[in-house]
Design a protein around this ligand. Structure first.
Ligand code: MGP
Length: 240
């Protein structure tokens, strides 16, 4: 299991985040991106010109480290969930990002699973894929799930997000996104994939995910088709 330290969770995650940011940069071959240096002509004796050039440079937006895909965070607010309404009618997209910097600015400003209300569902899916069985990209897919006791999934959630957006899975194209379901007694993180029948791809994703999380217990993969038909009776089709 992910090691818990004596430090507060947020301090530990921030330190980890710094390591992982540099890991992601290496992985993505990003390095430190220098702003495109525009040739600033030095015109002798014109202090206004220099001042203007410096002001323009200062106003330029900081460089972005692009991700391979755009991703959208979605949130299902438990207080908006209505038992009478169709499932999913309260799920809302909250932010789409496509750079490392924008990921951190959202991540650092939203509650992590341990601070979310019981009943909440927080998703991070590739842009334009809705976190629903009904989405055409998800329809033939399935999910791997890892369970944590209440308040214990924050680090694993961050590691899952970084592994996905940093394209660390060999079968990353198979991935739709991830969700954390916050429930009274547990927090469940699932990775949703596209083609449940592709066992080689699913098994690879499951094994790599466990490595990234340093998770040693067995995890199971459920086909969405089985969940639709059998609800909680759906059995794991693969285990790693
Ligand atoms: P869940 O929220 O994935 O499971 O699905 P959980 O957390 O065990 O249950 P909860 O009651 O504590 O939330 C719960 C139920 O929501 C399912 O049995 C379905 O009836 C419905 N449901 C879940 N998902 C992911 C979908 C979906 O994508 N589409 C539709 N139509 N229903 C869904």
């Amino acid at each position: 299991m992910v090691e818990e330290t004596e430090k507060s969770a947020s301090t530990a995650i921030k330190e980890e985040a710094e390591n992982l940011t540099s890991m992601m940069k290496n992985h993505l071959n990003l390095g430190e991106v220098e702003p495109e240096a525009e040739e600033v002509e030095i015109v002798g004796g014109d202090p206004n010109h220099d001042a203007k050039a410096m002001a323009a440079a200062a106003a330029a937006p900081p460089p972005r480290h692009p991700l391979e895909h755009s991703w959208t965070f979605w949130f299902d607010n438990p207080s908006a969930k209505n038992k009478q309404a169709a499932w999913g009618s309260s799920i809302r997209p909250i932010f789409t990002f496509s750079s490392v910097e924008d990921f951190w600015s959202v991540y650092n400003n939203v509650h992590h699973p341990s601070k979310l209300a019981v009943g909440a569902d927080f998703h991070c899916f590739k842009n334009k894929i809705e976190p629903k069985w009904e989405d055409p990209v998800c329809a033939n897919g399935g999910k791997w799930t890892v369970n944590f006791s209440r308040g214990k999934s924050d680090t694993a959630w961050l590691y899952t997000l970084l592994a996905m957006i940093g394209e660390q899975f060999d079968y990353g194209d198979e991935i739709c996104g991830a969700v954390v379901n916050v429930r009274a007694r547990q927090e469940k993180i699932s990775i949703w994939t596209k083609n449940a029948a592709n066992e080689v791809a699913q098994v690879s994703i499951g094994k790599q995910w466990k490595e990234f999380l340093d998770y040693n217990e067995s995890i199971g993969f459920i086909f969405h088709d089985d969940a639709k038909k059998l609800d909680r009776g759906a059995k794991n089709r693969y285990s790693v």
